[in-house]
Design a protein around this ligand. Structure first.
Ligand code: MLT
Length: 242
C-alpha cells in the first residue's frame, strides 16, 4: 500500500525552489484574477491558453489568426491588447474556439515556473473539478500561490487552505507543511464571508481603487461552476479530458 500522498503549500514564487524536487501535481492559483480568468475563458469555449511571462513575447502574438492576446500589469489592462484580466471580458461567444495568449503580473509567471511538473490551474470557479482531478491521480500535490510580485497574498493563501482542508479530509493525503496548516486556519477564519474578510487585503483594495470590486466579488464567489481542469501540455493549457 503506497504511503499517503503529501500536500504542501507554497505561498510565493520566491519560495518555489524549495518545493521543486520530484514530479508532482502543481496547482497554480491566482484567485484575483488570472486563474479565475482562465477557468472562465475555458467555460466560455476558449480552445487553449498560452501563459506568457513577458509583454515583449506576448506582443509577438498580436494579429495572429484565431488568437486573443490579453495583457495586465498592476491589475490594469494594457493599451494595444485585445483583452485584460477581468473574467467578465471572457463571458461572450467571441472567444469560442480561439487561443488565449495571456500575460499577467503574477499568475502566468507561476505557471511558467512550474512547467516541469504536472501543472493545473485552479480557482473558486473550478474548485470541485480540481479536487476530483487530484483524487484520481497518485502524485504528491503542491498548491502554488501566485501572490503579488513575490509577496504573500491573502486570497491565494486562503484558497490553498480550502483545497488543503478538502484533500486532508479524505483518506489518501497527509501534510507536515506548516504553510498548509496556516492556510487552513486562514480559510476557516474567512470561509463564511470571504469578501468581507478580505476588506483590508492589498489586492481587494487595488482592484477597488480601479473600480473593479465586481471582479473581486465574482472571483471569490463565482456565479457559475466549471468542470474543466486546465492542464499544461506542450506549452499550452488545454482542458483535461477525463
Ligand atoms: C494576476 O496575476 O492575476 C494579476 O496580477 C492581478 C490582477 O489581474 O488583478
Amino acid at each position: 500500500m503506497r504511503d499517503k500522498r503529501n500536500i504542501n503549500v507554497c505561498f510565493s514564487p520566491e519560495l518555489f525552489p524549495l518545493f521543486s524536487d520530484g514530479k508532482k501535481i502543481v496547482v497554480v492559483v491566482d484567485v484575483l484574477r488570472a486563474t479565475s480568468v482562465i477557468s472562465t475563458a475555458f467555460q466560455y469555449g476558449i480552445k487553449d491558453v498560452i501563459a506568457i511571462q513577458s509583454l515583449e513575447e506576448a506582443t509577438k502574438y498580436k494579429g495572429e489568426e484565431n488568437c486573443i492576446v490579453a495583457a495586465e500589469r498592476n491589475a490594469e489592462a494594457l493599451e494595444g491588447f485585445d483583452y485584460g484580466n477581468s473574467p467578465f471580458q471572457y463571458m461572450n461567444d467571441e472567444i469560442k474556439g480561439k487561443t488565449l495568449v495571456l500575460t499577467t503580473t503574477n499568475g502566468t509567471r507561476a505557471i511558467n515556473m512550474a512547467r516541469e511538473h504536472i501543472v493545473i490551474t485552479s480557482s473558486f470557479v473550478n474548485f470541485n473539478a480540481v479536487c476530483n482531478f487530484i483524487k484520481n491521480r497518485e502524485e504528491d500535490v503542491l498548491i502554488f500561490c501566485s501572490g503579488w510580485k513575490g509577496n504573500f497574498n491573502m486570497e491565494d493563501s486562503l484558497f490553498a487552505g480550502k483545497l488543503s482542508d478538502k484533500l486532508l479530509n479524505s483518506d489518501n493525503f497527509q501534510s507536515n507543511c506548516d504553510s498548509a496548516l496556516a492556510s487552513i486556519s486562514l480559510y476557516k477564519s474567512a470561509k463564511d464571508d470571504l469578501f468581507s474578510y478580505l476588506e483590508n487585503s492589498a489586492h481587494r483594495n487595488r482592484l477597488k481603487h480601479l473600480n473593479m470590486e465586481p471582479d473581486t466579488r465574482f472571483c471569490l464567489s463565482p456565479t457559475f461552476e466549471s468542470d474543466i481542469v486546465p492542464i499544461l501540455k506542450n506549452g499550452k493549457l488545454i482542458r483535461h479530458e477525463k
